[in-house]
Design a protein around this ligand. Sequence first.
Ligand SMILES: [Cu+2]
Length: 157
Amino acid sequence: MKKLSIFWMIMMSLLLLSSVGYAESDLHNNEPSIENAWIREAPPVVKILAGFMSISNPTDKTVVLLGAESPLFEKVELHRSIMENGMAKMEQHKQLEIPAHGRVDFSPGGFHLMLVNPRQPLKAGDTATVTIKFEGGKSFPVVFTVRSMENMKHHHH
Ligand SMILES: [Cu+2]
C-alpha cells in the first residue's frame, strides 16, 4: 500500500508539473494581438486617413483600447461610422472594450482609426507605424500598410 501511494504522489506531481509548464507557455497569449493593419489610400489633398485592423484578445479578461498615436500624424482618434437618419456619420470613442477571448474587427463602415494630418504623403505600399495603447500602460507599435481602394475591390471579387 505504501509503495502504491508513493507511486500516485509521483504521478500527481508529474501532472502538476506539466500543468505549470502549460501555464507558462500560455503566457505568450497573455496580451492582445493586432493583425491585418492597413490604411486606406487617399489622394494627397485628403488630410484625414482611415486605418483598420483586427484586435484579438486571447486572455481571460476584457482588454480596453484607449487610443493610438504616431509621430507620422498630428493626432489619431478612435472613430466608428454610423448611420443616423439615413446619414453616414462618425462618432468618436474614448475607448473600446475587447471581450475576453473575443475579437474586434475594424473595417470600412465600422470602427476605424482616424489618422489626422499626415506629416508626409502616404501611397499604396507605404507603411506607417502607429502605437496602439491599452489600459494598464500596455502599448504596441503596429505597422500599417497603405492599400489602394482599387486593390480592395479586387480582393472582394
Ligand atoms: Cu472617422
